[in-house]
Ligand binder design. Structure first.
Ligand code: BGC
Length: 719
């Protein structure tokens, strides 16, 4: 359908039909299969004909929804079908926070492609992904949905997902459009409590929170979802400031959708009196689609009474129609929905293989005192802990029943190491239950075994939406299990499964080896076994800092120095420094950290000049050698510090990175181009600019910077 035809169509629509295009309802509810909603319970409204639907389970359901809709819609405008496809659809791959640790955009793109193939076959047109909320507070259960504490890493991984999911042509039956969320700054909720207020000064917002969303829009994401939180007092869904950023500054002309029921919640925030007020505020902030609050059912009356200009309604409807047109729905309302394709692509071998690779590449080896990889003939192996036989290894946004397709840890070990003498014991749970009654049996098993693989973490349902915690501890009796197992068998490898950073201080002190797998998805078993036995070499790096103690959060590597930085090393002579009496300032494991079974030596960091101008930029070369005996992948990281600027700059900030494969003995030179615009910051007058002066470039990882080199930037013209 051409643009003129869309205008013609709009001209034929009644106010009710226009409002319908802006209303999103639950597909399961419409079909009377409303067993699982993702927000507050809502009654079905058969009197409304929505323009879009979220939540449905199969191609069959998608087709039923669409054909029913087309038979009821006078103008035959197809329904837009949306679903959360956050880390895989039928085949699940690691949670986004784990994917961030892979630092592998190619892999993320591949994962996006496979998720889109499966989701499109199920009938999805647009998915509510990627989630690009910078998050630095692990109390917030949704930290699992973001890729990183850092906006650069987050944005690059998100953009890769968008490329993978959307491809070149949204009409293709194996592609879905992306909706970037949650705009904006949802990850900065006060005290890590979900849906809580966010108060951010504009420079922090602009530098640390907004760039990741923007990176996804630049990659072509078609839709934006507003966030639940207030931002500096104004709920994001009603924020004209955020609308201005999106529409005017960034030129985004796609559809904006509210989060679940968020327009109706304007009354709870205390900024709207009644539903009419909610609708006016949200429309005033150009929120085009109302997800599940039904407040936009009031739009026709509000237009009739002159409270909302019809032109505003028309503009929103046109954005929705244009998206439907781009997806080719007017010509083919089924898009990719096909039960036969579903059967063919769901869990196909290629997808399982990609998911396994993703699980391997995102695992982070945090500690290894020479006991990993395990020997080929390990004797008796005990697999112990809450996840030893559990299939809930997917993470919060996997569909219900995903565990049926999960390859569990014992199954994985048997696949990879068929001859191994393996026994299992659960010991205790990873939930609140502190029942230690299974520990004795597990300890006995550990005593009789040559090796112990001890799985610890946090049950799958303890992270995700509405899952904030005030502790970052290992729930239940797990620490008791850990201590008792370690006491009888020092050849214990700890493998972690969790959605948020947990405090590992005690475990890291005594366990000889720690492999962090987050929630790795359905291929958890084979991925873990291959990593532990060295069939795969760990290469993940932390995309988020792991705190030393809860009291340090929120935490991120790009902190400011303060006026009284803590001396390194700390002599303790002068007490009035920015520090804690009872804990270090630094995290236990810093951003960018992660070990390998081989050894990488950073030989040098060189720049092509000592002084560079803002127009010519700088080239930085980092030489890395694989000094070990195995091939391995390394994430070469470039950090910068702007030594003097009128707005205080971070002591370290990741500027770029590249993941490389090195054969034993091989040396590679990684070349980074640095441009002036990468060095800009938000100044007190509201401009993004850089200042001339000295910059330090380093490699290594956060808090372990190597080969620091100071270079001067000069400016041709003052900005
Ligand atoms: C979440 C969104 C999600 C939506 C639809 C909301 O509760 O915040 O991230 O996309 O539900 O399921």
């Amino acid at each position: 359908m051409k643009q003129e035809e869309l205008w013609k169509l709009l001209g034929e629509m009644t106010l009710e039909e226009k409002a319908g295009q802006l209303i999103q309802l639950d597909g399961r509810l419409i079909l009377g299969r409303g067993d699982r909603q993702t927000g507050p319970e809502t009654e079905n409204r058969p009197d409304l004909l929505p323009g879009s639907v979220l939540n449905f389970d199969s191609a069959e359901m998608a087709r039923e929804l669409q054909s029913r809709h087309l038979s009821e819609d006078r103008l035959k405008i197809p329904l837009l079908l949306m679903l959360d496809v956050i880390h895989g659809h039928r085949t699940t791959y690691p949670i986004p926070l784990a994917m961030g640790c892979s630092f592998d955009e190619g892999l993320m793109e591949e994962c996006g492609k496979m998720a889109a193939r499966e989701a499109a076959a199920c009938g999805v047109h647009v998915t509510f992904a990627p989630m690009m909320d910078t998050a630095r507070d692990p109390r917030w259960g949704r930290i699992m949905e973001t890729c990183s504490e850092d906006p650069l890493v987050n944005g690059r991984m998100g953009a890769a997902l968008v490329r993978g999911m959307q491809g070149e042509d949204l009409r293709a039956g194996d592609r879905v459009a992306c909706c970037v969320k949650h705009f904006a700054a949802y990850g900065a909720g006060e005290a890590g409590r979900d849906y809580n207020r966010v108060d951010l000064p504009e420079n922090t917002l602009r530098e640390q929170y907004l760039p990741a969303y923007r990176a996804c829009l630049e990659a072509g994401a078609r839709m934006v979802m507003t966030s639940f939180n207030t931002l500096n007092g104004v709920p994001a869904v009603a924020s004209t400031f955020l609308r201005r950023v999106l529409r005017e500054e960034w030129g985004f002309d796609g559809v904006i959708i509210s989060d679940y029921n968020a327009i109706g919640e304007l009354m709870n925030h205390g900024v709207a009196e009644d539903e009419d007020d909610c609708a006016c505020l949200a429309m005033g902030a150009e929120c085009d689609v109302d997800m599940m609050s039904l407040v936009y059912a009031r739009l026709p009356d509000l237009v009739r009474s002159g409270k909302i200009p019809e032109a505003a309604l028309d503009a929103a409807v046109m954005r929705v129609l244009r998206l439907k047109q781009e997806l080719g729905l007017f010509e083919n309302p089924w898009h990719g929905a096909d039960p036969e394709t579903e059967k063919r692509v769901y869990l196909c071998e290629a997808h399982r293989e990609t998911a396994r690779r993703a699980a391997e590449e995102s695992a982070v080896l945090l500690k290894n005192e020479g006991i990993l990889p395990l020997p080929g003939n390990p004797g008796k192996v005990a697999l112990i802990g809450p996840f030893a036989t559990d299939a809930h290894l997917n993470g919060a946004w996997s569909r219900p029943g995903a565990e049926e397709d999960t390859v569990t840890l014992p199954e994985g070990i048997r696949q990879v190491m068929p001859g191994v003498e393996l026994r299992t014991a659960r010991g205790c749970s990873a939930e609140w239950n502190v029942d230690p009654s299974g520990i004795a049996e597990a300890v006995e098993l550990a005593r009789q075994s040559d090796w112990v693989i001890l799985t610890l973490g946090e049950a799958e349902w303890l992270s995700g939406e509405g899952r904030s915690r005030t502790e970052l501890s290992f729930p239940g009796a797990q620490m008791q299990l850990f201590r008792e197992i370690l006491a009888v068998n020092p050849r214990t490898v700890v493998v972690l499964f969790h959605g948020r950073p947990l405090v590992l201080t005690e475990i890291s002190r005594t366990a000889p080896a720690i492999l962090d797998m987050w929630f790795p998805g359905q291929q958890a078993g084979p991925a873990m076994a291959r990593l532990l036995w060295g069939h795969a070499n760990p290469c993940g790096k932390l995309s988020v800092s792991l705190p030393w103690t809860l009291g340090q959060v929120p935490l991120s590597h790009n902190r400011l120095n303060t006026g009284r930085p803590k001396p390194q090393p700390d002599t303790g002579v002068f007490p009035f420094t920015s520090s804690y009496l009872d804990a270090p300032n630094l995290p236990l494991y810093s951003f960018g950290n992660g070990l390998s079974y081989t050894e990488f030596v950073y030989e040098s960091l060189e720049t092509d000049r000592e002084v560079f101008s803002d127009t010519e930029g700088l080239t930085v070369r980092i030489r890395v050698r694989n000094a070990g005996e195995r091939p391995g992948k390394e994430v070469v990281q470039l950090y910068v510090r702007d030594l003097v600027a009128r707005v205080a700059r971070p002591v370290q900030q990741i500027l770029d990175y590249r993941k490389i494969l090195l054969q034993p003995g091989e040396t590679q030179e990684v070349v980074f181009r640095v441009e002036e615009k990468q060095l800009r910051f938000w100044d007190a007058e509201g401009n993004f600019l850089s200042e001339s002066g000295d910059f330090e470039f380093s490699t290594g990882w956060a808090d372990h910077l190597l080969h620091t080199k100071r270079v001067q930037m000069t400016k041709r013209e003052a900005v």
